[in-house]
Ligand binder design. Structure first.
Ligand code: PAF
Length: 279
């Protein structure tokens, strides 16, 4: 497994692999890898000849009041996991390798990025799009794999790829859950045992929505109200519980099975978790 810190060196390696006709897959991550990330690497390995994993806690997607400094970092463990999964290259830039001191160019999606997470975190998706565009330019992958856990992120990146003509297929990989249902996330490390137990209300709300739609419910307002009730009853304050069109993220009134999703975000004790499901 090759490790790179320098973007130009990774670019040269990827270009050489592409000249040999190899299909390249990119798995962008912020490290602290868990089974969810490993499932993305496995999916990329099934589809590609070479898999590049990037590990970079991207400062520009954190607001000043957010957890950039506290975000868990476990570089040595991450490298061992990438090696065990058969990643071909790992990219571990330092902030100065990607952002010049006078960095002044940004990539911004201006519609899908403004709602839901974007309403709570106004500069978040600009940071995500900028760093993902950088990674796409450096690696020039054929496909890039992102987790459905960040549903809005995948939609925003798909829109960026469409609108800026990146010749890259964006693959959305299913959410990986713990045995009790909690969606895996690096930020689960912040949960106390008590908060972890009550946090199961998010996956419970997701299951209830899936069951309701399977039983014939199509009224988005009823699904949203039931989800909010489940979160609130467990002591988690909903930021949103919204049924949306899965591509445009526009809130809808009537569930169209296969084309709709329920997105949830809730807070408790200074913690904030998200979850979602396609309906
Ligand atoms: O989902 C993440 O871990 C990050 O937002 C990403 C896509 C790696 C960009 O920093």
């Amino acid at each position: 497994m090759n490790t790179f810190h320098n973007p130009a060196e990774l670019h040269a390696w990827c270009a050489a692999e592409k000249r040999l006709g190899r299909v390249i897959g990119l798995v962008p991550t912020m490290g602290c890898l868990h089974q969810g990330h490993l499932s993305l690497i496995r999916l990329a390995k099934e589809r590609c000849d070479r898999v590049v994993v990037s590990i970079f806690v991207n400062p520009t997607q954190f607001a000043p009041n957010e957890d950039y400094d506290a975000y868990p970092r476990r570089e040595q463990d991450d490298l061992a996991l990438c090696q065990a999964e058969g990643a071909d290259a790992v990219f571990l830039p330092r902030p100065a390798d990607l952002y010049a001191q006078d960095h002044s160019a940004w990539v911004e999606e201006t519609l899908l990025a403004k709602t839901l997470e974007g309403a709570q975190r106004p500069t978040h998706f600009r940071g995500v799009c900028t760093v993902v565009a950088k990674l796409f330019n450096i690696v020039q992958p054929d496909i890039a794999v992102f987790g459905q856990k960040d549903f809005q992120q995948v939609a925003v990146i798909r829109r960026m790829v469409r609108d800026l003509n990146f010749p890259i297929e964006i693959v959305r990989a299913p959410i990986v859950r713990d045995t009790d249902g909690l969606a895996l996330s690096s930020r689960n490390a912040y949960l106390t045992p008590e908060n972890r137990a009550t946090a199961l209300c998010l996956s419970r709300a997701v299951r209830q929505a899936q069951d309701a739609v399977a039983a014939g419910e199509r009224d988005a307002a009823a699904i949203e109200a039931a989800a909010k009730e489940t979160l609130t009853a467990a002591g988690w304050a909903p930021d949103y519980a919204t049924v949306i069109d899965a591509e445009t993220l526009i809130p809808i009134q009537t569930v169209l099975p296969g084309a709709s999703a329920l997105l949830l975000a809730a807070r408790k004790d200074g913690l904030r978790l998200i979850d979602n499901t396609l309906l």
